[in-house]
Design a protein around this ligand. Structure first.
Ligand code: BGC
Length: 381
């Protein structure tokens, strides 16, 4: 079997093995061989950020399964969202002689020395989902159109408020609506893309006064949540409620860049009496279609999420890996957008989709990402 054939097979398998989006939790360290591999002794080091979020567990499992089906060994590591741990794991992958690295960085600016060591050892690096910044030694980037993810987040808030219709035409709602803004972790290159997309989308409504950010916190560094932590988001929402909404005014919408952050925001709002029969829950966005949040959307608590099919991302990572390991250039579909401060990194970008209660079935269940029972239970597996 040629490697190319195996890669195609792996791509199909990645789709099959990951019928469940959440996937199962892998252990922190996994190395394993595979049957019938191309060479049998090529190892790909896969560095993932954390197992506290479902999406990264699913990413790790899907990448591993796809690579193994293509005949590679896989050295999969999770770093507990701890920067030194991730740096050490990558150092060890290089020392052990892994043949290729796939890295989803915790801090996209913290891996420069690891990447130059990889380069010196002749190991190519694929940046996975999050761009590694400040290094000439990133060979390829697989991700989603992250600016558009932000556009979709902003759009979902505008649609939920009735300021836009689902077809993008102006809605009939007049406002003004009180909307608060949250951003992701500033050391993650994606956070700025999500923010820019969302803010470009919402700005005309802020400028016209239809949206009011009552806290006045409209800068990304005021809105950012370090490491995308749910608890930090809950605390910030609590602070916003006590500081800007202690005069009887109510929050109508919250821009949130990630489902875990949305759940923190929801807890703060519920503790303050929202959604309990009196004051309705504000319109809240999200990202990743995490199962707990899909249930909240189905139950009418969270308004929307942005679904990024991590099965497809894993498939692209496997395809790019096979190309590189065969000595070929991986196929890019974007060679302009992702400048990491040193070079424009050739990228393969995938599309994402807004999911509300109305399309949970077509987007997530009919595509076998989740089953209806999982959505009802709010738990995958
Ligand atoms: C990813 C998002 C994810 C976030 C928090 C970002 O880099 O692109 O999908 O929600 O990290 O894990």
């Amino acid at each position: 079997m040629t490697r190319r054939y195996l890669a195609a097979f792996a791509a199909g398998l990645a789709l099959t093995v990951s019928a469940c989006g959440g996937g199962g939790a892998g252990s922190g360290t996994e190395g394993s061989g595979s049957e019938g591999g191309a060479d049998g002794d090529i190892t790909v080091g896969v560095a993932m950020p954390t197992q506290t979020s479902e999406r990264w567990i699913a990413d790790g499992n899907n990448v591993k399964a796809g690579l193994e089906a293509a005949g590679y060994k896989v050295d999969l590591q999770y770093a507990n969202d701890d920067i030194p741990t991730q740096s050490q794991q990558i150092d060890q992958m290089i020392t052990k002689g892994d043949d290729l690295l796939i890295v989803a960085a915790i801090d996209g600016t913290a891996l420069t020395s690891q990447l130059s060591a990889a380069k010196a050892a002749g190991i190519e690096v694929i940046s996975y989902d999050r761009l590694i910044r400040g290094s000439a030694d990133v060979d390829f980037y697989v991700s989603f159109d992250n600016y558009n993810v932000g556009v979709q987040q902003g759009t979902s808030v505008l649609q939920g408020l009735g300021l836009l219709n689902p077809d993008g035409t102006p809605g009939t709602a007049a406002g003004p609506f009180n909307v608060e803004l949250f951003a992701g972790s500033l050391d993650d290159n994606n956070a700025q893309f999500f923010w820019n997309g969302a803010m470009d989308t919402m700005k005309p409504f802020i400028d016209s006064g239809k949206i009011v950010v009552k806290s006045g916190q409209t800068k990304i560094d005021q809105a950012a949540i370090l490491r995308w932590q749910q608890e930090t988001a809950q605390r910030r929402m609590e602070d916003l409620l006590t500081s800007a909404y202690n005069d009887g005014s109510k929050v109508d919408g919250v821009l949130s860049p990630y489902d875990g952050i949305s759940r923190g925001i929801i807890t703060a709002l519920q503790n303050a009496g929202y959604g309990n029969g009196g004051q309705p829950m504000p319109i809240i966005s999200g990202q990743d279609a995490e199962i707990a949040s899909v249930k909240l959307i189905n139950d009418g608590v969270q308004y929307a999420t942005v679904f990024k099919d991590t099965r497809k991302l894993a498939e692209q990572a496997v395809t790019a890996s096979s190309a590189i390991l065969e000595g070929n250039e991986p196929e890019a579909n974007d060679t302009e957008t992702y400048n990491n401060g040193v070079k424009v990194v050739p990228s393969y970008l995938l599309e994402s989709e807004i999911v509300t209660k109305d399309n949970i079935k077509s987007a997530l269940i009919d595509t076998d990402y989740y089953t209806q029972a999982e959505v009802d239970a709010g738990q995958a597996g």
